[in-house]
Design a protein around this ligand. Structure first.
Ligand SMILES: *Cc1c(COP(=O)(O)O)cnc(C)c1O
Length: 382
């Protein structure tokens, strides 16, 4: 097979505008802590409808600073989802707080609001839900729950930049929200992340802690324990140029999702797969395009399908492995199979298909064709 035949799982959308922005930084002597970082922060905060943006070196760092800024510490409980990327739980463990998992809503893949309410105890300090695959569903409900119980809400918007829920942008819910810019996200800075908030105290703490806990006023005076979580000007320039193209990128991604919806309609009609859930599909910010196999398929079937697709040059993956079944989490938190049955049922049947802004109609057609063949051969052999 030639390389041309491979369709990757994801691909960043970088143009000459981004290349020129990065080169322009390299022609200055400000490679960190400078005007590009500030510009990127302003653009992103505005998009999320927030007063402040604080750029950092990864989405994980951004989550960690939120946990620290909210004073979450040993013995505190944070309610979160087992159906996410591992960083959502790791940031809680960094501070020796306790992640309390609750199961997801099978219709949205986001954590179930009713299950959150019944998991709240006197030790609960915050809720940390995720816009899974870009889906903004339930964030208004999470906000109501947090307010009612007087606990914090951290919105993990790492997969939802530009998404909306009932007229409000992703990144606008709760005390603070977090974005990430790894190359598979809607926009990239290579590596990077951002906290957005309206709270001046959270903002000042994050600004200080990303820079070794430095006092925001006196140089080389360290007020608290901090980190080197700074973003470079090179990354920020890339992010700023990507932000200026965000609507163009999101429109392209919506078109690709629509092409998939149409191309896969006959597999859904046959009851073989479910299309991705997505709130407000016409305005959505698509992170990945994840289909779910019908209930009759097993996890072994799914893994066979992944292998068969890969051998045919189709990039694909199993998003996500449940966090509570990760080896070190099982050991640390004594979690096990059966604890969160809906998460496990969904996670055993998901397949992320190739998805990126510049995907062509013929690439979609090819994925559709290979997937149909593989599905048919697997369901015949059952
Ligand atoms: C990408 C992502 C993050 C952060 O990832 P980094 O690689 O640290 O930038 C956090 N949470 C979720 C749900 C993500 O998808």
């Amino acid at each position: 097979m030639t390389n041309q035949d491979l369709i990757p799982l994801s691909n960043p959308d970088i143009t000459d505008a981004e290349r020129e922005a990065v080169l322009a930084v390299l022609k200055t002597d400000r490679l960190s802590i400078g005007p590009r970082t500030e510009a990127f922060e302003s653009l992103l905060a505005a998009r999320a409808g927030r007063r402040y943006g604080i750029a950092v070196n990864s989405g994980t760092s951004a989550l960690h600073l939120c946990i620290r800024a909210l004073g979450i510490t040993e013995g505190d409980e944070v309610i979160t989802t087992p159906f996410s990327f591992i960083a959502t739980t790791n940031c809680i463990l960094f501070e020796r707080a306790k992640p309390v998992f609750v199961d997801i809503d099978p219709e949205t893949y986001n954590v179930n609001p009713a299950a959150i309410e019944s998991a709240i105890t006197s030790r609960t300090k915050a809720i940390l839900p995720v816009e899974v695959f870009g889906n903004t569903a339930h964030f208004d409900a999470y906000e109501r729950i947090a307010k009612k119980h007087n606990i914090a809400l951290i919105e993990d918007s790492c997969e939802a930049l530009g998404g909306v829920l009932k007229g409000r942008p992703a990144g606008n819910f709760g005390d603070c929200s977090v974005f990430a810019f790894y190359p598979n996200k809607q926009i990239t800075t290579g590596e990077g992340g951002m906290i957005v908030t309206d709270d001046e105290n959270i903002r000042n703490l994050c600004v200080s802690m990303r820079n070794q806990g430095r006092d925001t006023t006196a140089w080389l005076s360290h007020a608290r324990l901090g980190y080197n979580y700074r973003m470079s000007e090179i990354s920020a320039a890339l992010g700023e140029a990507q932000m200026r193209r965000l609507d163009e990128i999101l429109t392209k991604r919506r078109k690709v999702a629509k092409m998939y919806d149409d191309a896969l309609a006959n597999l859904t009609d046959k009851g073989l797969i479910h299309l991705p859930p997505m709130e407000e599909r016409e305005n959505a910010s698509w992170f990945v395009y994840v289909i779910r196999l019908a209930d009759e398929f097993t996890q072994t079937n799914r893994d066979e399908i992944l292998e068969a697709l890969k051998s045919r040059g189709i990039g694909c993956s199993n998003y996500f492995v449940p966090i509570h079944l990760q080896p070190y989490i099982k050991e640390l938190l004594k979690t096990r199979a059966g604890d969160f049955p809906i998460t496990e049922h969904v996670a055993a049947r998901t397949i992320a298909l190739p998805f990126f802004a510049n995907m062509t109609e013929s690439q979609i057609a090819r994925v559709q064709e290979e997937l149909s063949q593989v599905l048919q051969s697997i369901s015949k052999s059952k």
